[in-house]
Design a protein around this ligand. Structure first.
Ligand code: CA
Ligand code: ZN
Length: 300
């Protein structure tokens, strides 16, 4: 198995099956994606406000990489081996989220202590929660901007996407064309003002392919749980998709009918918010999770 490293300069601002791959890798290979922050490092001090930067340069994803053997109808497996962030992060308000009426537009540069794995916010220390904001594969149809989220992944802003988890993406084009960017040193569920602790850094992942498996949207496997994910314009649409995905994936391994799955999800499943910073331009993104049980894998 080979370990590759790709540069932050090799980045795109959309997910697109027409993008030329930076490298071609084999199943089982490991790739370190170096990434710039979601502002392409245009914000360097508290004097740099989000409104002043070039928005064409926002939310890049490093890559894409072409995974040999991944064809439409397959699933791309992405295991997160490691995430590193630089020694500071950028936190902002920019006129998004429920509290925007009483907030100024502000930039804060937040120091990160690598030894303690904390970020210093005013007079308190926050534990780092290093995660990937933008991760996904090329969509089947038209290009989709990296700032957006969809069934291909994209700006997922899901705090579960951290070291140790495995993501499963539906493959829409040969090679899948994985891109990664927008690392966060920390982010709360909901990303309530529309921005996280935005960091440059690197993400190291190992890729594999599952042949011929029907998956409509990204699936996440943590140490103890499975999660379906969905993003739509309304909470109810997204929740229905995530629950129906879970129901469909559970049928075979659990051997239950749809009604029993419905009852079970209500007593042992959880709906959790990835991102919700309305009023604003962002859709709702959520996840539905169940415990992982031996012999009942949702995908393999
Ligand atoms: Ca993001
Ligand atoms: Zn971000």
């Amino acid at each position: 198995m080979t370990h590759y490293e790709i540069k932050a300069e090799d980045r795109q601002f959309s997910f697109d099956k027409e993008h030329k791959p930076v490298i071609t890798v084999q199943r089982g290979d490991t790739v370190t994606f170096n990434t710039v922050d979601c502002f392409s490092c245009q914000i360097k001090s508290s004097d740099d406000l989000v409104g002043d930067i070039n928005f064409d340069q926002v939310n890049p994803g490093t890559g894409p990489i072409y995974v040999e053997g991944a064809e439409p109808g397959d699933v791309l497996v992405v295991h997160i081996d490691d995430i590193q962030v630089q020694d500071y992060g950028v936190a902002v308000t920019y006129g998004m989220g429920p509290l925007k009426e009483n907030s100024e537009i502000r930039t804060k540069i937040i120091p990160i202590n690598q030894e303690k794995q904390t970020a210093t916010f005013n007079d308190i220390e926050i534990p780092l929660h290093k995660m990937i904001g933008v991760i996904g594969v090329a969509p089947a149809g038209e290009a989709i901007g990296c700032g957006r989220i969809g069934d291909h992944g994209g700006n997922m802003d899901n705090r579960l996407i951290e070291k140790g988890v495995t993501l499963y993406f539906p493959v829409n084009t040969a090679g899948a064309l994985l891109q990664i960017g927008d690392l966060h040193g920390a982010m709360g569920d909901g990303e309530l003002d529309g921005a996280a602790l935005e960091c440059s850094g690197s993400a190291t992942v190992t890729v594999d392919v599952i042949k011929n498996f029907k998956l409509d949207r990204p699936l996440i496997e943590t140490e103890n749980r499975w999660y379906t994910t969905a993003a739509r314009d309304t909470f109810s649409e997204a929740l229905e998709l995530a629950m129906k995905d879970m129901q469909r994936l559970m049928r075979e391994p659990y051997g239950w009918d749809d009604t029993d799955i419905d009852i079970y999800l209500s007593i042992d499943g959880h709906a959790e918010i990835n991102q919700s910073c309305e009023p604003g331009a962002m859709t709702i993104s959520l996840r539905v999770g169940i415990p992982k049980l031996e012999g009942k894998e949702l995908i393999k």
